[in-house]
Structures are given as structure tokens and as C-alpha cells.
Write a protein that binds this ligand. Structure first.
Ligand SMILES: C[S@@+](CC[C@H](N)C(=O)[O-])C[C@H]1O[C@@H](n2cnc3c(N)ncnc32)[C@H](O)[C@@H]1O
Length: 477
């Protein structure tokens, strides 16, 4: 074996061409599994809402070192599966300390320390990754969130633990907030290493597809089909390729469309301003893509509970673990006042009759805002039919300068869209901002207002069915 020395770690290249990261104190997998003591999980609080699931499952928030808790879950899966996790943890997201050598504060109080570094830090993560892999469902996957300090070493460790053949992506989350140095390039990204456990992993492309977009593409020709749908086409190698504007494409592995939470971002208020809190939109993409409704999502470094909050909103089961008291307090508070909408702070306390699903996203969409909440439509005195849309589109077309395409938002009461001949796309998808009608260059982005009543069932609204556990050393009862 040949060794390369970097910091206090060695990269060993074995004679057979395989390689391995070598450092002092690296334990064998058998050693980790056989000698890690499990914890006793003592329930200290439980909240009962209307259960989203038709079994006895309650989400779990566990206060303790994740190593012993993961071992408890592992042992339980090997035995009676009383925790009901065997082959059901489809997604693991972890955002561990990054070896920043900092102490993080939450409103001037200590939140957590991130002072471990070097080989000790690597081994800290590796032993946890080994257990995480064991408890992951066969069709499951893991995302590990890390930055420039240790990312490359962790990639090698993950190749060792999960197998290089199970590597799927190094997703780059690019954000532009923060200061800029003058002697080197600004460090503005984190990496998410995405691995599957086995041959196939859950990946719901249709849940995360991004609109193909309306921008003009080089050398492409804009066309409108007989239904008024816009598409772009290009000829290459005697073949014509067409792309409909409403086609949904799998996002790239560089994510530059999700911004970092600012110090005063309202989303942070939900956790009492927990440091290193990640945006809900980031977790939304991950959870939608890599888990299904009812699957278990696990975050072993839960922090302010972003993963748990989004999992709850998307009707996944969840398990969150954190060793810090401030984190558990922040999560508890956050879960007890969740909003329905991803990326917003407060639950909806409006007393009026109606609300819009994902109103924020809709109002921030690229479309110009023509919000149409029409009392008469609701009462049935006015009809949103083909004629209405055609007349409105022609009216706008006449008065709007230039010949660019333009999109307008339109909000309408549930069940009141009476269009027969125009094509509404995508037909079955009622998610806000995802239904549209295009007439020539004018496109209407439609949001349905559903009756507030529909949202007031506790399980539709906020996390009320979860238990908080304290992880105790197994010898103390
Ligand atoms: C970077 S933060 C996670 C932030 C989180 N993703 C969010 O959006 O708020 C890392 C968290 O790991 C927790 N932590 C560190 N070591 C741990 C351990 N051994 N077991 C469980 N949690 C741990 C810290 O208390 C801290 O809350």
C-alpha cells in the first residue's frame, strides 16, 4: 500500500488499485456494530392530534447523542421492530457540524459547539454513517450536507460505506449571501452527497420537475400548437426536438434557485433563530424527490427541525434526533405552531372563508400579478368560461406593449372553473401555479382557492402527533 499524507490523515492506495482513507482510530464496521451501546428511549412528552396515519405511528423527536439512538433503532430492527422502522426509513438527510471550529449561538445563548476536527471529526461521522446505512430501507437514500472544509474526505468515506456504485449526485447548493474575501474567491456553496442504499432508490422526478421556462433558447423556434400551448423546437441531425414550456425537467445538480435564510428571515422566527437553520424549500426538494407519503424521513442532526417540519407538511412520518437542549426546544416550539405552507412561519389564523394553497409561492412566481378573487364568481353570478378567458386575453394583448409572452396570475374559487374548449394544463394537477391556460402570448397561471374548512382538520394543519424522548444510557433505568 502507498500512502499520501494530508493534514493528519493518510490516503492509502492499496496494491490492488483500491483506495481507502486511513487515519488513526478508524474502527472496523464489526467493531462499531458490536460495541456501540444502545440508548434507552424514555418518553417525556407526547402530543396527540388527529393521526395522519391509519396505524399507531407517532413521529419521534429524540434528545440525545445520535450514535446510541441509531444503535437502538438498529437493534430494534434486528429484533421485534417495535419502533416500526424496519425497511421504512426511505430518506435520511443529515446536516452535521462542519468542523468549523465555532460555537454557535441562538440569541446569545449557546446552541451547539462545532469544534471537533481532523480525523476525530471524520470518524465521528463515519461511525454514524455506518449505522445510518444499516437502518435505511432497501429502496432508501441519504443526503449528507457538508461544506468545503471536509466535503472531499466525507465523499471518500461515503464511497467506502455506501459503495461508489451507489453514489448518485454531488448536489451543489449555491447561495450568494454573506461577505466576500479579497484574497480568494467567495465560498458560496455547500455540497449534498446523495447516495442510494441498494440497486434502486425512490426518486419522484415528477414531484420536483422545474418548468422548462419561457425564456428564448438559442437557435430555437417558438411555436404555438392548436391548443394554444407554446413549444420551442430545434433541428439537429435531421431530427426535430420539441420542448413544451409546461414540460417539467429534472433539476440540475447545481441548485441556485433556493436562497439562504437571512439573519432576519421570517422563516427563522419559527425556531427562535436557531443558527445554521436551512431553508424549508431546500428540504422540500429533497423530501419530495426521495420519499413518498407515509414513508419515514430521518434527520439525526435535526437542529431547528427544518427536515421534520417539511416532512410533517408533506405528510411523511419523521424521526428527528439532536443532542442539544436548545435544538429540542426550538423544534418543539416550531412543530406546535406549524403553518401548512412550506417556507412560511405562522399557521394560518385568518378567519375569512377562503385561503390559497401556497399563496406565497404563487405571488412570487415570475408572473405579473393579476389576482382575481371575485365574489360574484363564488356566488355563481359570473362564469369563468372559455369566452371569459379569450376576451380577457385579447383585451390584455391589445393593451400590452411589445409582443413578448406574458403570464398573469388568476385566483378563482374551487369548482368554479367552467372552461370546456381551452386546454388547461396540467389537467389533474391542482398545485398552485401549476395549472395554466395559454391563449396566444398570454398565459394565465391558475390558483384554486379552497374552502378554509378543508384545512382545519388538525392532521392537515400541524404536527400534533409526536412524542419527545430522552435517550438515556441503557444501564440507567
Ligand atoms: C448544522 S446543525 C443542523 C441544522 C438543521 N439542518 C436545521 O435546518 O436547523 C447541526 C446539529 O447537530 C447537532 N449535533 C451535533 N452532534 C450531535 C450528535 N452527536 N447527536 C445528535 N445531534 C448532534 C447540533 O446540536 C446541531 O443542532
Amino acid at each position: 500500500m502507498v500512502f499520501l499524507m494530508i493534514n493528519d490523515m493518510l490516503i492509502g492506495i492499496a496494491a490492488n488499485g483500491e483506495y481507502e482513507l486511513v487515519y488513526s482510530g478508524k474502527l472496523s464496521k464489526e467493531n462499531i456494530i458490536n460495541t456501540t451501546p444502545p440508548a434507552l428511549l424514555k418518553k417525556i412528552e407526547e402530543f396527540h392530534g388527529e393521526n395522519t396515519f391509519d396505524d399507531s405511528w407517532a413521529n419521534m423527536l429524540i434528545h440525545g447523542d445520535n450514535l446510541s439512538v441509531l444503535k437502538t433503532i438498529y437493534d430494534d430492527q434486528q429484533n421485534r421492530d417495535r419502533l416500526m422502522t424496519k425497511n421504512r426509513i426511505t430518506l435520511i438527510y443529515i446536516d452535521p457540524p462542519f468542523a468549523t471550529k465555532k460555537e454557535f449561538k441562538q440569541q446569545n445563548q449557546k446552541a451547539y459547539k462545532d469544534t471537533m476536527t481532523g480525523a476525530a471529526f471524520l470518524e465521528f461521522l463515519r461511525i454514524r454513517l455506518i449505522l445510518l446505512k444499516e437502518i435505511l430501507a432497501d429502496n432508501g437514500s441519504i443526503y449528507l450536507h457538508i461544506d468545503w472544509r471536509f466535503g472531499h474526505y466525507i465523499k471518500i468515506i461515503m464511497d467506502e460505506v455506501f459503495g461508489p456504485e451507489n453514489f448518485l449526485n454531488e448536489c451543489i447548493w449555491y447561495y450568494s449571501s454573506g461577505g466576500r474575501p479579497e484574497t480568494y474567491y467567495a465560498r458560496k456553496h455547500a455540497a449534498l452527497y446523495f447516495y442510494k442504499k441498494g440497486k434502486k432508490a425512490v426518486f419522484h422526478q415528477h414531484e420536483i420537475g422545474l418548468p422548462w421556462g419561457r425564456q428564448k433558447r438559442n437557435n430555437m423556434k417558438r411555436n404555438v400548437d392548436p391548443d394554444g400551448r407554446v413549444y420551442w423546437s430545434i433541428n439537429s441531425g435531421n431530427k426535430e426536438y420539441t420542448y413544451y414550456e409546461d414540460t417539467r425537467l429534472t433539476p440540475d445538480d447545481v441548485w441556485d434557485d433556493i436562497s439562504h435564510l437571512q439573519q432576519k428571515d421570517p422563516e427563522r422566527g419559527s425556531s427562535g433563530h436557531y443558527p445554521t437553520q436551512k431553508p424549508e424549500k431546500l428540504l422540500e426538494r429533497i423530501i419530495r424527490a426521495s420519499s413518498g407519503k407515509g414513508d419515514i424521513v430521518l434527520d439525526a442532526f435535526a437542529g431547528s427541525g427544518t427536515t421534520l417540519a417539511v416532512a410533517e407538511k408533506l405528510k411523511r412520518r419523521w424521526i428527528g434526533i439532536d443532542t442539544g437542549e436548545p435544538a429540542i426546544a426550538a423544534i418543539r416550539k416550531r412543530l406546535l405552531s406549524l403553518s401548512t405552507t412550506i417556507g412560511t412561519l405562522k399557521r394560518d389564523t385568518r378567519t375569512d372563508f377562503e385561503r390559497v394553497d401556497d399563496f406565497k409561492a404563487h405571488s412570487q412566481s415570475t408572473s405579473r400579478g393579476l389576482f382575481f378573487i371575485y365574489e360574484k364568481v363564488r356566488k355563481g353570478d359570473f362564469i369563468l368560461n372559455d369566452e371569459f378567458f379569450i376576451e380577457l386575453a385579447h383585451f390584455i394583448d391589445r393593451h400590452l406593449k411589445g409582443d413578448n409572452e406574458e403570464t398573469f396570475s388568476l385566483i378563482y374559487p374551487e369548482g368554479k372553473l367552467k372552461v370546456k374548449n381551452l386546454s388547461v394544463r396540467p389537467e389533474a394537477d391542482l398545485k398552485a401555479g401549476e395549472k395554466s391556460i395559454a391563449i396566444g402570448r398570454i398565459k394565465f397561471l391558475l390558483s384554486e382557492i379552497r374552502k378554509k374548512q378543508e384545512y382545519t382538520k388538525p392532521h392537515d394543519l400541524y404536527a400534533k402527533t409526536f412524542s419527545i424522548y430522552r435517550a438515556m444510557p441503557a444501564d440507567k433505568k
